[in-house]
Design a protein around this ligand. Structure first.
Ligand code: ADP
Ligand code: TRP
Length: 332
């Protein structure tokens, strides 16, 4: 049972990506074979400053290790370092209908957001993602809800590829059809500033970053948009702001939403927010400390990513050898 997931180096980790995805990666590495990577090629689909990309990649690596990814328990590497990702992307492109790509929600959002840079990479983004996943014969992909559509497309591409090329000897499926792993609570943490929108790095103001300092954490929580009324009650349609804060409280404290509602009955938003800020400051403190330690050890980060690349490459090469044969690009 192999698990794989990726994250783009387009900004720092926020509590949305942590609760929706990375927290599960950390649990999964204890019991499954896990492959995690920094998706730098995906990040190129929006304009990047070449001078800062390397720094962003290493900072994200430091953050991933600080929150608990352990190179002894999983493979961690940088996507562009394993060339098979781009090779397989091209091959999968040749069987992916353009119409399927054009209906992707993320593509539609991004073409609106980055009107001046609607490049072919934005359209082909999900094909690269499919290549990432299929290359490693992945069974499970832990992601947030926003990625479900890309996962469905990956399954469609795998199926199509298997049907088309799987009949050549030795006959049988070439790719495993992966499943998304989504946990209902936390799969979509909403923006603190606009609780009807997803918290996203594309909108930095919407985010509470895992490594924000205590003063900023308090400020962001105390000014988080809430709803009319003053009751602390979970109700997604009528109280999206408070429901989002309750979800965050629940996931960081391990206490149920019912218990939290009971504790804050009749106490009002201000007290609830103050307690939530205190909880986050306390829970996030070790992350801040460890990030600093890892950042001071560039040699360790480099070695970790290089070791990861080597281990990933072995798996990727094996799949590609078979794919090339099945497509007639090398002899049987
Ligand atoms: P962003 O959308 O902010 O750019 P990333 O691309 O870094 O986030 O996402 C990394 C992982 O975190 C993905 O699996 C994604 O589904 C998940 N994720 C991102 N934002 C959220 C959120 N607000 N709630 C839950 N999961 C999220
Ligand atoms: N597209 C994902 C995101 O924006 C990141 C990603 C790239 C990914 N390749 C992947 C996630 C493969 C899971 C599997 O969050």
């Amino acid at each position: 049972m192999r698990v794989l997931s990726g994250i783009q180096p387009t900004g720092l980790i926020h509590i949305g990506s942590y609760l929706g995805a990375i927290k599960h990666w950390i649990e999964l590495q204890e019991k499954k074979e896990c492959v995690f990577f920094i998706a730098d090629l995906h990040a190129l689909t929006v304009l990047r400053e070449p001078k800062t990309l390397q720094k962003d990649i290493f900072e994200l690596a430091a953050e991933l290790l600080a929150v608990g990814l352990d190179p002894k328990k999983c493979i961690i590497f940088v996507q562009s370092q394993v060339k098979e990702h781009t090779e397989l992307t091209w091959l999968l492109n040749t069987i992916t209908p353009v119409a399927e790509l054009e209906r992707m929600t993320q593509y539609k959002t991004k073409t609106k957001q980055f009107k001046k840079n609607v490049n072919a990479g934005l359209l082909n983004y999900p094909v690269l993602q499919a290549a990432d996943i299929l290359l490693y014969q992945t069974n499970l992909v832990p992601v947030g809800k926003d990625q479900l559509q890309h996962l469905e497309l990956t399954r469609t591409i795998a199926r199509k590829f298997n049907q088309r090329f799987g009949r050549y000897p030795p006959a049988g499926p070439i790719f495993i059809e992966p499943k998304a792993l989504i946990t209902e609570i936390g799969a979509k943490i909403m923006a603190l500033t606009e609780p009807k929108k997803k918290m996203s790095k594309s909108f930095p103001k919407s985010c509470l970053y895992l490594f924000d300092n205590p003063k900023i954490i308090r400020e962001k929580i105390m000014t988080a948009v809430t709803d009319p009324g003053k009751e602390i009650k979970y109700n997604l349609s009528k109280k999206p702001g408070i429901s989002n804060l309750l979800t965050i409280y629940n996931l960081f404290s391990g206490r149920t939403i019912k218990e939290i509602e009971k504790e804050f009955k009749g106490k009002g938003y201000q007290i609830f927010k103050e307690k939530l800020a205190q909880l986050l400051i306390k829970k996030l403190e070790p992350f801040r400390r460890k990030k600093k330690e890892f950042e001071l050890n560039q040699a360790f980060l480099e070695k970790t990513l290089e070791d990861g690349r080597k281990r990933a490459q072995v798996i990727a090469e094996k799949t590609m050898k078979n794919v090339r044969k099945k497509m007639g690009l090398s002899s049987f």
